[in-house]
Design a protein around this ligand. Structure first.
Ligand code: ADP
Ligand code: TYD
Length: 213
């Protein structure tokens, strides 16, 4: 099969290597002749990139968890309408660095149990899951060290610290169980090329088996 219209997401704690692996997978698939759109959340369309600045910069207490759910979902809706759905309709492979699983965790469990609200809003406004999700798993201390080494202006979530990372890691592993038909857990604490090799092997196997279009 061609892989046309496949939707792949990367999830995991900050610093786990999602952006690196999303970029490498895009390169690998392009080299194989696929038409690939590489995108990210929050962001991925001009409107959603504006919302990204609102949610990632400034005081960690700037927004309540509920307001954040609305902002991330608004950004995702715009990303879906303007970038993801048109690309899938044109037969492209879309690779996104984070999608709705991030909201299920970051807004759903970190400040009380708001998962129900996240899910209801998702069903109403998004209603689409990736065909394949890579959960890049690793020790939270390592992820945080990598994320802090790369430190920029987008610190709102990273400044929540290692305790949050520990809960996030457990949360991502449990989401991978919950959505086991689309999620594959990858050990991210290995050299970049080794992780990329595992990711590419899964995608090639699925494309060859016609499982993600
Ligand atoms: P994320 O998108 O999950 O936050 P990044 O891909 O931005 O993670 O990686 C965070 C930092 O760690 C970057 O500086 C990147 O070069 C580095 N990095 C990514 N993957 C690995 C790896 N497997 N081993 C060592 N360093 C890595
Ligand atoms: P990202 O740029 O992927 O950061 P990193 O490369 O450090 O993983 O995402 C920025 C932050 O946004 C990250 O800390 C997770 C957070 N986030 C949410 O809280 N909810 C969401 O729905 C998404 C997509 C991201």
């Amino acid at each position: 099969m061609t892989g046309a219209g496949s939707f792949i997401s990367f999830e995991g704690i900050d610093g786990s290597g999602k952006s690196t692996q999303a970029r490498l997978l895009a390169e690998t698939l392009r080299n194989r002749g696929h038409d690939v759109v590489l995108t990210r959340e929050p962001g991925g369309s001009p409107g959603a990139e504006e919302i990204r600045r609102l949610v990632l910069e400034g005081d960690p207490d700037r927004w309540s968890a509920e307001t954040e759910i609305l902002l991330f979902t608004a950004a995702r809706r715009d990303h879906l309408e303007k970038t993801i759905l048109p690309a899938l309709a044109a037969g492209k492979i879309v690779i996104t660095d984070r999608f709705a699983d991030s909201t299920r965790l970051y807004q759903g469990i970190t400040r009380g149990d708001l998962r129900g609200i996240v899910d209801r809003l998702h069903a109403m406004m998004i209603g689409r899951e990736p065909d394949l999700t890579f959960v890049i798993d690793m020790d939270p201390g390592l992820g945080l060290a990598r994320a802090l080494a790369r430190r920029g202006t987008e610190e709102r979530f990273e400044s929540f610290g290692e305790d949050l990372q520990v809960r996030m890691r457990a949360g991502f592993l449990s989401l991978a169980e919950e959505f086991r038909n689309r999620c594959v857990v990858i050990d991210g604490a290995r050299p970049i090329e080794v992780v990329a090799g595992d990711v590419a092997a899964v995608v090639h196997a699925r494309l060859d088996a016609d499982l993600i279009a």
